[in-house]
Design a binder for this molecule. Structure first.
Ligand code: UD1
Length: 419
């Protein structure tokens, strides 16, 4: 059986939707539960395929896990292994985040190299060189990474690029190092701050999360922790782009407006009327949007690469030409070919995409190429005239919990079907 979305496009979206807990926050936090040999209560954990994969890795390592609604309770007192087998590593491209915490907890770790993914090669050189700098012995052997803690101790680590995953891995590994670790040119994504908050509640001494220098005083003992995961800024950005494409009027609840400031500002420039309150954003897009100012993806606080595809779906229907420049990942325009099948006019040259807006898209049969590209196809199909079928939606399920239900509640005509 294969699932697909059947979409009958062209309806305006209206109503309100509650944004879930952030995928990119819950994954490192789940990995971090290994650090404290005890109970971790994590609220606002969305039911995503990537979260299920992280849970499978935790249970393989020996943790006890219970789910109560949106709360996951992880008992890490029973960790009994320090390896992650290849099959589990392959399920989720960000599973390398387990490297730092397993090393910190067990003194050694063995996992298979993550290899490539749909967005291009996934180097982890920054993760490994930082661990070496902290004193870990790192061996690469036939597709496996083996790390031993050896005589790890805190040091200054300068990142040549503010990698999100590397920053998180260093934060997690450094908790086990005696002395001080400073991460210089750290990633400043809000998810880093959320991880810092989790670690502090568990007893870690860490500061600077969200800024470009993070300081960790390692070697503290960890205890029970209860934490609520921050709202998903990319899910929020996705709905804003959908409203812009479908001339919608929607309200997002449980959202942190400053985390999506760049997305709000660009959509406002395109003519959307956006209002923010403490945990709420409303968007009204009454007319066809105008072309967007040039979109350059950048590390936070720049425009997020994870929202680029969804914004492109909206730009396909704008009046005028929008230029996208993707600076973070190589293969992030893969959905553009599918958008073209729906009538979009897109030209790609290297890391630049030029989108000439059209008045109307038409429904088509399309395939998701990756998570956010898939979310973009759903937006285009909701805005298009006529029926679309969207295949390979398991990509979308990695990062959105039942996205069709959110759109249905906004009046979108979308159903999950089996074939
Ligand atoms: C995280 C997010 C992902 C988002 C990305 C950028 C999670 C689970 N995933 O991914 O959704 O798109 O941030 O905001 O949080 N790089 C290297 N060497 C390394 C590490 C990274 O060259 O050792 C390169 C990558 O190939 C990529 C760039 O740095 O081109 C950004 O990667 P990074 O910030 O590490 O992203 P992730 O943590 O993998």
């Amino acid at each position: 059986m294969m699932s697909y979305f059947a979409v009958n496009g062209g309806t305006q979206l209206s109503g309100s939707v509650r944004v879930n807990g952030a995928k990119n926050s819950v994954l490192p936090i789940l990995a971090a539960t290994i650090l404290n040999a005890g109970e971790n209560i994590i609220h606002n954990c969305t039911e995503l395929r990537d979260v299920q994969s992280a849970v499978r890795i935790l249970s393989h390592l020996g943790c006890g896990i219970k789910r109560q609604g949106k709360t996951l309770i992880v008992d890490s007192s029973t960790v009994s292994r320090c390896d992650v087998p290849e099959a589990l590593m392959r399920e989720m491209r960000s599973s390398v985040i387990f490297l730092g915490p397993i090393l910190a907890r067990c003194g050694q770790v063995r996992l298979s190299t993550p290899g490539g993914c749909e967005l291009g090669p996934r180097p982890i050189d920054l993760h490994l060189s930082a661990l070496k700098k902290l004193g870990a012995e790192v061996t690469l052997d036939g597709g496996e990474i083996i790390c031993r803690a050896g005589s790890m101790r805190g040091r200054d680590i300068v990142l040549s690029f503010p990698s999100v995953g590397a920053t998180e891995n260093i934060m997690l590994a450094a908790t086990a190092c005696a002395g001080q670790t400073r991460i210089i040119n750290a990633a400043r994504e809000p998810e880093i701050e959320d991880l810092q908050q989790f670690l502090r509640t568990a007893g870690a001494c860490i500061s600077g999360g969200g800024k470009s220098e993070i300081v960790i005083e390692g070697g503290r003992s960890f205890g029970r922790v209860e934490h609520t995961v921050m709202p998903d800024r990319i899910e929020a950005a996705t709905y804003l782009c959908a409203a812009a494409a479908c001339r919608g009027h929607i309200e997002l609840n449980s959202v942190c407006p400053q985390h999506i400031a760049t997305v709000i500002s660009i959509l406002s420039d395109a003519g959307c009327d956006i209002k923010t309150a403490q945990n709420r954003v409303t968007i009204r897009s009454a007319d066809r949007i105008s072309a967007l100012p040039p979109v350059q993806t950048m590390p936070y606080p720049g425009f997020p690469t994870d929202a680029q595809s969804q914004l492109m779906a909206a730009a396909c229907l704008a009046e005028g030409t929008t230029v996208f420049c993707e600076n973070i990942f190589e293969n992030r325009f893969r959905q553009s070919g599918e958008l073209v099948r729906m009538g979009a006019r897109i030209k790609i040259s290297g890391k630049t995409a030029i989108v000439d807006g059209v008045r109307e898209l038409t429904g088509a049969s399309v395939r998701c190429t990756d998570l956010r590209g898939g979310a973009a196809l759903v937006i285009a199909a909701l805005a298009a005239k006529g029926e679309s079928r969207i295949y390979d939606i398991e990509h979308i399920d990695r990062g959105y919990e039942k996205i069709e239900q959110a759109y249905m509640s906004l009046g979108g005509n979308i159903l999950r079907k089996e074939e």
